[in-house]
Design a protein around this ligand. Sequence first.
Ligand code: GDP
Ligand code: MG
Length: 162
Amino acid sequence: VTPYTGVPGTKHERTFIAIKPDGVERGLISEVIARFEKKGYKLVALKLMTATEARARDHYADLAGRPFFGGLVKYFSSGPIVCMVWEGTDVILTGRKILGATNPNQAAPGTLRGDNCISTGRNLVHGSDGPDSAKHEIGMWFTQAEIQDYTRSIDEWVVSDN
Ligand code: GDP
Ligand code: MG
């Protein structure tokens, strides 16, 4: 059984991806999910919820000293977000590439941020930035019972061991 926060460096690597309130409001939920789904990653957890300001502060605790922190907390807790855990080889780093750079104007065309937004303060999506934050974020947004361990019949067409 895979530990519910995943095993970085294996095909059971997991990352926390969230669609921020602007993405939900703008009707971009399916766009974000489609990108990860088409790539071949496996969705193992999904929920719509509204973060309290306290939770938003916790989630972004490493940015607490920054001038934009207050605005960021208000933004992130301003409406429903879609919380997800995606699994697959290299999903943490590759997931970040699918999102694109933090500043949408530096995000390459073809990325979610590059194609769908223009302000750093309204940049649509969140993704864990490394193995430690993935583990921490999956643990803070989900309980073990909310994560599904399952095998897809398509996996033999997506996942090769060599
Ligand atoms: P991420 O990992 O790419 O999301 O970027 P960071 O971890 O550096 O920052 C977290 C989030 O804070 C970003 O996604 C933005 O929503 C927000 N943020 C970061 N830098 C700025 C900034 O300079 N101005 C504003 N308004 N928001 C920022
Ligand atoms: Mg970050």
